[in-house]
Design a protein around this ligand. Sequence first.
Ligand SMILES: [Mg+2]
Length: 231
Amino acid sequence: MSQHENSRYRTVLFDLDHTLLDSDASINEAFVATMGSVGLDAGSALRDHFDRINNALWRGVERGEHSPNDVLTLRFQILADELALDADPVAMGDTFAEALIVYGDLYQGARSLLDSLVGRCQLGLVTNGIGRIQRGRIERLGIASYFEAVTISGEVGVAKPDASIFDLTFDALPGANRESAVMVGDSLGSDILGAQNAGIDTVWFNQHNTAPPANAPTHTVSALADIAPLI
Ligand SMILES: [Mg+2]
């Protein structure tokens, strides 16, 4: 029997940030570049402050309170206000966005995972983010050709965990059905809950060995290498 006939899933949807992409590295470099652009040293206290603002804004995106595109400038507007910085938040947002495109590599094992699946499954990317940044990263990383559909919340106006971002993705994947689809992602609040809302199976990439949630994922892995055997 071929691998294809053995496959449990015909369609595999991936999250990008912290699932395929080392987003921590990307954000670290981008933050240093952005703070440098306004003459500040990106120390850990400043970074913690920024992370609190940024994470709160992205949780607001998940709740539908603002768009990913708003986050681009808003995080620096809030930071500049709270620290009384004499700096232009729009320019800071731009510097940060450009650096997010340029910095950060795929996790080790991500490309080989995609290579192992691409012939036998239909692949899609479903990401909460800003279109310009995510498109720029996908281009730089050379991963566009793996995916038959790329859905970016900042482009479509809905974000994970809203089921409608999955509906849009299925619309763009010919022949896909939910019974033979699975979502792979690191975030319980967006990827796992979103896929559950959309009625599809889940692979939770729990690389930091966090305690399992009440909304149990279908599968849990701590390494990307453990995903292909589940498919
Ligand atoms: Mg993620």
